[in-house]
Design a protein around this ligand. Sequence first.
Ligand code: MN
Ligand code: MN
Length: 462
Amino acid sequence: MSEIKDLKKELFSEHKNGLKLVNCETYNKITDYCEGYKDFLNSAKTEREAVAIAIATAEQKGFKPFEFGKKYSAGDKVYFNNRGKTVAFAVIGKESADKGVNITAAHIDSPRLDLKPNPLYEEVELALFKTHYYGGIRKYQWTAIPLALHGVFALKDGTIKQVTIGENDNEPKFVINDLLPHLATEQNKRTLAEGIKGEELNVLIGSKPFKDDDASELVKLNILKLLNEKYGVCEDDFLSAELEMVPAFKACDIGFDGSMVGGYGQDDRVCAYPALTAILEVENPQKTAITILADKEEIGSMGNTGLESDFLRFVIGDIADMQGVNPTVALRNSKCLSADVNAALDPTFQDVSDRRNASQLNYGVVLTKYTGARGKSGSSDASAEYMAYVRNMLDNANIIWHTGELGKVDAGGGGTVAQYIANMGVDVVDLGVPVLSMHAPFETTSKLDIYMCYRTMYEFMK
Ligand code: MN
Ligand code: MN
């Protein structure tokens, strides 16, 4: 019997629930760490806010804007701010960049409802905003919940007006209305995907007419008057604005035991926060450490702030140039952890996952060799050699980890920034935190997994 036991121990794969493995001291570190994470979720609901907070925190730790033409030496800390929406932090290594750099990449945009360029209208004496959803959402989840407005107006004279309404208790919030069950007979016949249609995601923003008068659109007029008083804007200024409706919920603990975190935008701030806090701790690394927090992942990483752009290539190029070494060689020798979430096994919807290859809450960080759909299409499939490197690193550092696919074969699929980083010739694999209700207005993660993600990011770059 004991021979079988020993053989099993030696030969079988063993990934356990991390909460059965950690001691009290570690668990306290985990919960402490997640207090900071919840604050980050509450104060960084858009990519712009995440970049601003990340830079402010990093500057306190000695990071300075990278200056082209300036010489930096080992241990120096710099950052590259791309239009306030994507940011790369670097700690210069003892080795020059042509020996390779270590990159952690996460994204800081999340699914939400963007205002249309011409959003404001009045209907039955109520004022509303038209929206165009950003990223993959299940539209029915976004009705009848409190929403907050975040973003900027960019005025013609170059002034930027910051907008945040609905986060403080004393501020009004916004809402998308849905039908009452009593009158939903026809709507109930729709498919779930069509339960609420894109053009029905209209946000209620006011009901008070400007004053008693026979003129039309007085509620709309009153809204514009309020906006004009507060931000100095008129209706045309919506054209040069980026305004987003996001859930107004605050992040909180979930469960009697408080072992989980609930909140909006955890895809992918649950990896962005660990990547950020890790690089802030990195001192004098052997290889240059880079953390990039990217925009536009949820709409395919397109655009000059997405990772399909050359931004990261140029960041590494600038560092290599500064050291007088070849940027192409630097890329070819570099390694990356694409830090993004995976779908956690849901107790109620287990049939979308293959139990043997699903990520699970409290099993630590999830290493995802490939994503994609229909036979791995559109995926960067990490090499066996690189997988070996990463799991060796995780095991040596006693990090709790497991592996997962994004759902059953042909159940659906998805992608991450890994493919764009792979295009540069960098070794890359997805690694992150399992999430329940991914892309919903309120997502759930496990505290242990978040902390293990932080430890992984640090271990990879230190
Ligand atoms: Mn993601
Ligand atoms: Mn996503």
